[in-house]
Write a protein that binds this ligand. Structure first.
Ligand SMILES: *Cc1c(COP(=O)(O)O)cnc(C)c1O
Length: 338
C-alpha cells in the first residue's frame, strides 16, 4: 500500500497526540487513552481536516476556484472546509440543512456558523429532510454556468478520497503505539457519514493490526451505519490497491447512543461532556464526540472492556459546537441565572 502516491495538501498539525487519560481510567476502571484528532489545528481542529488534506489536493489539481459542500447547521465539516478553502485561496459555498428545528440564536449563528462566515464562506439554508445531494448538484451547476470551476465535496468529506485521511490516521496511531511499546486492544470513536471509520478500518486491516474498531453511531440505525462504512471501506481499499482486506465482520457500529436523533443532545452525552471536562480537561461536542464517549462510558460501566487491557478513544473534535448548544447544559443555565 502506497499512500504517498495520492495528491495531498498539508493542512493538519500531525501527528496528533496519543495520550493516557488517568483520571477517567480510574473512574471507569479501564486503561483509557485518547487520540487527539480534536487537535488537528485548522480552525480549532477536528477529524474533517485529515480528509480535506486529500480532498483539497484533488480540488487544487482540478483547477477549482471554488469548493462546495453541505452539512447540518452546526456542521464541523463545513467549518473545516471553509477554513481549508480560505487557506488555499479558494471560495467556499456551503449548503446547510436544518436537521434539528432549533430556532435559538446561538444554534443558528454562533459556534461553527460564526466560523464559516469568518473564513469567508457563503452559506445557504434548507429545511430538514431536503435532498441535499440534489440541491448541491443544482447549486454547483448554477455556479458552473457562471463560469466557476467548482469542486464538490460530499457531506462529511466521506468518499474514498476523504477516507484516505483516516487510513493515514491508522498508520500514525500504530506507529505511535509501536514507539511507546503500547499494545492497543480496541479503538472507539463517534461515527456519522462513515469516512472516519471506513478509513480507519481499511488502514488497520491493511496493516493486519488486529485491533477491533467500534464506531458509536450518531444518526443512522445499526444495519444502515455498518453498511455505509463497509461500502466505503471496500472502495477505499480498492483505491489503495488492497481490495479485499476489509471483511464485513471488521465493521462494527453500536447505535444505542443516538438518542432522539441527529444533532439532538442526550443526557448520557451531556454527562460524558461533563466527565471529560471535569476529569481530563478535554472538551467534547454534543453532536458527535459526546455520543461516542457516552457509548464508551456506558460500555465500560457494563464491563464490556474487561478483557481489553487498553482502549483508545479517537477524539474527532467538534467542541466549537458547544457554543451553539449552550442550552443543553443544566449547569450553564444555573450559572447564567446566578
Ligand atoms: C463528522 C464528525 C464525526 C463523524 O465522522 P464521519 O467521518 O462523518 O463518520 C465525528 N465527530 C465529529 C466531531 C465530527 O465533526
Amino acid at each position: 500500500m502506497h499512500l504517498a502516491k495520492f495528491p495531498r495538501t498539508h493542512l493538519a498539525h500531525l501527528p496528533t497526540p496519543l495520550e493516557p487519560m488517568p483520571r477517567l481510567s480510574k473512574e471507569l476502571n479501564v486503561d483509557l487513552w485518547i487520540k487527539r484528532d480534536d487537535c488537528t489545528g485548522l480552525s480549532t481542529g477536528g477529524n474533517k481536516t485529515r480528509k480535506l488534506e486529500f480532498l483539497m489536493a484533488e480540488a487544487e489539481a482540478s483547477g477549482a476556484d471554488m469548493v462546495m459542500t453541505q452539512g447540518a447547521t452546526q456542521s464541523n465539516h463545513a467549518r473545516q472546509t471553509a477554513a481549508a478553502a480560505a487557506k488555499l485561496g479558494m471560495d467556499c459555498h456551503i449548503l446547510l440543512e436544518d436537521r434539528t428545528g432549533y430556532n435559538n440564536a446561538n444554534y443558528n449563528t454562533n459556534g461553527n456558523v460564526l466560523l464559516d462566515h469568518l473564513h469567508g464562506a457563503s452559506t445557504e439554508k434548507f429545511p430538514g429532510g431536503h435532498d441535499m445531494i440534489e440541491e448541491m448538484n443544482k447549486a454547483a451547476e448554477q455556479k458552473r454556468a457562471e463560469a466557476r470551476n467548482v469542486y464538490v465535496i460530499p457531506g462529511g468529506g466521506s468518499n474514498a478520497t476523504g477516507a484516505l485521511g483516516y487510513v493515514n490516521c491508522a498508520f500514525e496511531m500504530l506507529s505511535q503505539a509501536n514507539d511507546m511499546k503500547l499494545k492497543i486492544d480496541r479503538v472507539v470513536h463517534a461515527t456519522g457519514s462513515s469516512g472516519t471509520q471506513a478509513g480507519l478500518v481499511t488502514g488497520l486491516c491493511a496493516m493486519n493490526a488486529n485491533i477491533p474498531l467500534l464506531g458509536i453511531g450518531t444518526r443512522a440505525p445499526q444495519p444502515k451505519q455498518e453498511q455505509m462504512v463497509y461500502d466505503l471501506a471496500l472502495k477505499t481499499a480498492e483505491k489503495l490497491g488492497c481490495a479485499g482486506v476489509v471483511k464485513r465482520e471488521d465493521v462494527m457500529a453500536n447505535t444505542d447512543y443516538v438518542g432522539e436523533g441527529y444533532g439532538l443532545p442526550t443526557e448520557s452525552g451531556v454527562e460524558a461532556i461533563e466527565m471529560f471536562a471535569a476529569l481530563e480537561g478535554i472538551l467534547l461536542d454534543p453532536v458527535y464526540s459526546a455520543k461516542g464517549a457516552a457509548g464508551l462510558i456506558d460500555l465500560a460501566r457494563k464491563g464490556h472492556f474487561a478483557s481489553d487491557r487498553r482502549v483508545v478513544f479517537l477524539h474527532t473534535g467538534g467542541a466549537v459546537g458547544l457554543f451553539g448548544y449552550d442550552f443543553a447544559f443544566e449547569a450553564q443555565r444555573r450559572w447564567s441565572s446566578a
